[in-house]
Design a protein around this ligand. Structure first.
Ligand code: RFL
Ligand code: PHB
Length: 392
């Protein structure tokens, strides 16, 4: 088997890349370790920047999104009984965000890839990659109980944080920048009406967030200690914390409903650089992780593959590799700005376990400053709706 671009992973990064290359007539094969059912039901992100929505429109995969997404024009932050209300269009010349589950994006992209006759193998686990510094890198994978080999011109490592591509780069090549926060996020989906606005809360007991998936399905998160397991969080405890932290101690505002999904995820910032080693290019979570407080991981993965697809098209059409060589630098400029913003929001809104009385006062003063400063509000709003996509 051989192809021009071997794509490891059918998350947002791998799937968007496959559609961009397919449209340009570049042959690619997508290999995904999990089953189709598994990847289509993995609950993660919900906030899409305009750039991601525009790309879906451009690729002709926005039909269901247009019908089912929700437009979000506000971002609220509650703290100490007070409310910061960000009117996104007013602060950003008319911009807003779309709410549409990541697994819905993934379903739409898979359907488009298969409908166009593109190769996408599920339950095809990549075991190793080699020959990265030559001109025919190779992917070794298991599929239908057989060991297979795929010879490529280029490999796109879109296999997420725990994938095999980043670890295939020899030691000493990558510089890793890592910051693990001393807390995790417990997330639930509930059959109940969400609050009217996207609401983040900084409370003495810790962070909470009320987002949504539909007018009848709420997506809610609470900060929890890093070692906690789902058994530590029976439903009643989750609701108790949500009511208190979201500023609803009388339990009159936040509706409760049947909880039908629960997960705990660590909160970390991680960047490995460069994003290229020979003919291997990393994209999305395979190369970087941002704390979810900024709601930016998916859109960052999309930004990477937009840059990568353009560079690959130039490489295969004109034999020019200059853009490919700039790929890592081009992406990292955006990545670090997004890491900065996501780290800022995380530090602003969470209560670390050993927070000093001094640091708590600084945090509350920062929130109070934002409450009364249009400049500070604009800074948050313009990052939340998404920084402009800069062509290299
Ligand atoms: P993914 O989605 O992890 O996909 C990687 C794919 O690679 C497959 N794979 C392999 N396939 C073959 N062989 C192997 N050896 C393989 N190893 C792995 C995996 O099965 C998988 O299918 O990475 P990608 O494509 O880079 O996408 C990144 C996003 O998923 C991620 O950044 C976002 O979910 C982050 N995120 C959010 N991003 C946003 O833009 N907006 C949000 O509102 C938002 N909310 C969130 C989030 C992430 C969260 N968690 C769970 C960390 C909320 C949460 C709670
Ligand atoms: C979500 O809807 O899942 C969501 C919203 C905002 C975030 C993170 C996740 O910051």
């Amino acid at each position: 088997m051989c192809t021009q671009v071997g794509i490891v992973g059918a998350g947002p990064a791998g799937l968007f890349l496959s559609l961009l290359l397919q449209r340009a007539g570049i042959d690619c094969v997508v290999l995904e370790a999990k089953s189709r059912e598994y990847v289509e039901s993995r609950v993660r992100a919900g906030v899409l920047e305009q750039g991601t929505v525009d790309l879906m429109a451009d690729l002709g995969v926005d039909g269901r999104l247009r019908r089912e997404c929700m437009l979000d024009e506000t971002l609220d932050i509650r703290f100490s009984g007070r409310l910061i209300h960000l009117d996104l269009p007013a602060l950003t010349n008319g911009k807003l965000v779309h709410i549409y589950g990541q697994q819905e994006v993934v379903k739409d992209l898979i359907a488009a890839r298969l409908a166009a006759g593109g190769t996408l193998h599920f339950e095809a686990e990549v075991i190793s990659i080699d020959g990265l510094t030559g001109d025919k890198p190779t992917i070794h994978f298991e599929h239908d109980g057989k060991d297979e080999t795929l010879a490529c011109d280029v490999i796109a490592g879109c296999d997420g944080f725990h994938g095999v591509c980043r670890p295939a780069i020899p030691e000493g090549v990558l510089t890793v920048y890592d910051r693990e926060f001393p807390f995790s996020w417990l997330g639930i989906l509930s059959e109940s009406a969400p609050l009217a606005e996207m609401t983040y809360a900084n409370h003495d007991r810790g962070f909470a967030l009320c987002s949504r998936r539909s007018p009848k399905v709420a997506r809610l998160y609470v900060q929890c200690p890093p070692g906690d397991e789902l058994d530590d969080w029976p439903d009643a405890r989750i609701w108790d914390e949500l009511h208190v932290r979201l500023g609803d101690p009388g339990r009159t505002e936040l509706q409760e409903g049947r909880i039908f999904q629960k997960n705990i995820a660590p909160v970390r910032s991680f960047v490995s650089a460069p994003m290229q080693y020979g003919r291997l290019f990393l994209a999305g979570d395979a190369s970087h992780i941002v704390p979810p407080t900024g709601a930016k991981g998916l859109t960052l993965a999309v930004a990477d593959v937009r840059v990568l697809s353009r560079a690959l098209i130039e490489f295969f059409r004109a034999g020019a590799s200059a853009r490919l060589e700039r790929y890592s630098d081009t992406c990292l400029r955006r990545i670090w700005k997004v890491v900065r913003y996501s780290t800022y929001m995380t530090t602003l809104l969470h209560r670390p376990p050993e927070q000093t009385a001094f640091d708590r006062q600084i945090q509350l003063a920062e929130l109070d400053y934002i409450l009364n400063s249009r400049a500070a509000q604009t800074t948050i709003a313009e990052n939340y709706v998404g920084l402009p996509f800069e062509e290299d």
